[in-house]
Design a protein. Structure first.
Length: 300
């Protein structure tokens, strides 16, 4: 059996649409359709129901899903073992590719140094960094596009994922140096009168801030969401309002005087969760990357 058909099947079962599957696998939608039909013909049973709301696995498709993931996992293990010439981390040079997904704030701050350190220690290990929100990262772990994800979330409630809290990132309110609240203490009522530029929906600390602000009495504050932390930070630096971000993402800007801290209401640090798929084989290269991430965040 062509394992490409299984990968397309698993991706479609998780993504729920041919369009999303084609985009995730960098294939033409017609190719996805042909591959699914080929697999259904080979197995002698329909695997999906085509519904107006999307594509839903049949009972046979649901039974096949876990088995298909195990086959793909075995294939990945075979390739990794062949590439490294070993079956575990001990002894020899680690080779292969590891895909890491993380939020924009971590991609632009902590992770470049980790990748540089790994490249020096393991020159034949390629670490690919993918900026991804929580939903995208979870989907990537399930479809095999990601080996590891770093999520800024209090909890990971997905039963098929394993999560380990490796650090806490402090949060800070910031404004432009000339803003009236810069360097001052400010309560919720003062903050409610400001414009806020925050990260996209699905970001746990931004969502919590928005819920609090919208729950305050009086006129609702003006809130603008961005898919990029850089965009939110730039608007704040231009004097247009405030934001709440992990301190690591604004440390340099604070030191250079581009931003200033606002002493706002206490914001709980956001946990950093290292997440992987529960059933997928954790390759030696992925183990090395996970250990380096854990060490780096513990020393930060």
């Amino acid at each position: 059996m062509d394992t490409r058909l299984l990968r397309t099947f698993v991706t479609l079962a998780r993504a729920g649409s041919f369009t999303a599957t084609a985009r995730a696998l960098h294939l033409a939608q017609s190719t996805v359709t042909v591959q699914i039909r080929t697999l259904e013909k080979e197995l002698g049973t329909p695997l999906f129901d085509r519904m107006p709301s999307g594509t839903v696995p049949t009972r046979a498709g649901l039974r096949l899903l876990e088995e298909a993931e195990e086959v793909l996992d075995a294939v990945a293990r075979l390739h990794a073992t062949a590439a490294s010439g070993q079956g575990d981390v001990a002894g020899g040079s680690i080779e292969g590719q590891v895909a890491v997904g993380a939020g924009d704030s971590l991609c632009s701050s902590r992770l470049p140094a980790v990748i540089a350190s790994l490249r020096h220690a393991h020159p034949h290990l390629d670490v690919h960094l993918h900026a991804a929100g929580t939903a995208t990262a979870v989907d990537g772990l399930r479809t095999g596009r990601l080996d590891i994800a770093l999520l800024l979330e209090p909890e990971i409630g997905e039963s098929d994922l394993l999560a380990r809290r490796i650090a806490d990132e402090p949060l800070v309110y910031v404004a432009a140096p000339g803003h009236p609240l810069a360097g001052r203490a400010a309560g919720w009522q003062e903050l409610a009168g400001e414009c806020f530029f925050v990260h996209e929906e699905g970001c746990s600390y931004s969502d919590r801030l928005v819920r609090t602000l919208l729950g305050l009495p009086g006129a609702p504050p003006r809130i603008t969401r961005f898919g990029s932390i850089d965009a939110a930070r730039s608007c704040v630096a231009a004097g247009l309002g405030l934001t709440l971000l992990p301190r690591v993402t604004v440390e340099r800007h604070l030191q250079e005087g581009q931003l200033a801290v606002v002493d706002g209401p206490k914001a709980q640090p956001v946990p950093v969760q290292l997440v992987r798929h529960r059933r997928r084989w954790f390759a030696p290269g992925a183990q090395i990357v996970a250990e380096e991430l854990t060490r780096t965040f513990a020393e930060a």
